[in-house]
Write a protein that binds this ligand. Structure first.
Ligand code: ATP
Length: 348
């Protein structure tokens, strides 16, 4: 299949539904061939953003540009965008081949060319030989692959995926995530993927945009979103976290609200109010930045132990340890520490 990938730009796009600001001035650049995930809680505006790009919603303000051309007023059918939704929406009375051929028939592609392209794209999603089946004769994962084939068969300039694996079980979901990633890389197709599942976002993306209340909170690489979140909201939404508040002092010291202090590896302007993020898995046996207390809950998670630690002084922390030996029991004393460069600080 041909490579024909576009750059997408959103400029201060706003959309209101009555009192609700579904999109509150969103600006965004997606580069050619990139897979950008939009991650956010329910109601944060993810689907509205996708609908604006696809042309199913008209923004109240702002512009949508593809390769520099303003498409804000273009009807959906003329945007050349492939889409897959959570409910696969295959035509139930059409065969697999019929479903995949549909966008080509709409575009008046010649019959022989349709047969060739449908064959190619079904091979690509590993459904060669399934041409004559009806959707109801396929598993959920296979149906979703047909939907994907139908979305890419006409060489779209953009691919939009709205929670496409929401209805699949965990194992199948993971397989499909890797498959989409492989396909998207191979076709170098500019893609926006919506999910509220942070693990899915980390697996799939080049970059992640975290949305809340109609606005993008942070847009960055997967590592930066996890390691260097810009706010408590992002830190809390992506991964497990211990978030404390404090006041910066001299030499990378932070006095924590509720008592105690930690030392971090960067200098901070003295007196600044900061958020302190300590990921549960970053605690170790080090004596640096010590926290000691009583285990109040311990859960065995296969590869790790997840512990809730009530520190002396009353603060609670979530700590993850590699599952070795015996699971600590509630009531046991535990001392952990965390290296300064394992602590992330953000402005409040
Ligand atoms: P979810 O993860 O639950 O799908 P989302 O992040 O995709 O949520 P949107 O569907 O974009 O969120 O909705 C954003 C806000 O806009 C919500 O408060 C929603 O109730 C509201 N909204 C969306 N579409 C409409 C509509 N057609 N009419 C009125 N309100 C709407």
């Amino acid at each position: 299949m041909a490579e024909r990938s576009a750059e997408l730009r959103l400029e201060t796009v706003a959309k209101r539904f009555g009192e609700v600001k579904a999109l509150d001035g969103v600006s965004l650049d997606v580069t050619s061939g990139e897979l950008l995930t939009i991650l956010g809680p329910s109601g944060s505006g993810k689907t509205t953003l996708l609908k604006v790009v696809a042309g199913f919603e008209t923004p109240d303000a702002g512009r949508v540009l593809v390769d520099g051309t303003d498409i804000t007023a273009l009807p959906p059918a003329r945007r050349d965008i492939g889409m897959v939704f959570q409910n696969y929406a295959l035509f139930p009375h059409l065969t697999v081949a019929g479903n995949v051929a549909f966008p080509l028939e709409m575009r008046n592609v010649a019959k022989a060319e349709i047969v060739k392209r449908v064959g190619e794209v079904l091979e690509l999603v590993e459904l060669g030989g399934y041409e004559a089946r009806l959707p109801r004769q396929l598993s959920g994962g296979q149906q979703q692959r047909v939907a994907l084939a139908r979305a890419i068969v006409f060489n779209p300039r953009l691919l939009l995926l709205d929670e496409p694996f929401g209805a699949l079980d965990r194992k199948l979901r993971e397989t499909m995530q890797l498959e989409v990633r492989r396909l998207q890389r191979r076709l170098k197709l500019t893609t926006i993927f919506i999910t509220h599942d942070q693990e899915e976002a980390l697996v799939l993306s080049d970059r992640i945009a975290v949305m809340n209340k109609g606005a993008i909170q942070q847009i960055a690489s997967t590592t930066d979103i996890y390691e260097r979140p810009s706010s408590g909201f992002v830190a809390d939404f992506v991964g497990e976290s211990n978030i404390l508040r404090g006041t910066a002092g001299e030499g990378g010291r932070i006095a924590l609200e509720g008592g105690g202090e930690v030392r971090v590896s960067r200098t901070l302007s003295s007196g600044a109010k900061v958020g302190v993020l300590m990921r549960p898995e970053r605690f170790s046996a080090t004596a640096t930045n010590p926290f000691a207390g009583e285990v109040v809950e311990a859960v065995y998670l296969g590869s790790s132990f997840k512990l809730r630690l009530k520190c002396d002084g009353g603060r609670e922390l979530i700590v993850r340890q590699q599952a070795r030996g015996k699971l600590p029991q509630p009531g046991e004393r535990l001392s952990v520490g965390i290296e300064p460069d394992e602590i992330h600080v953000f402005d409040l």
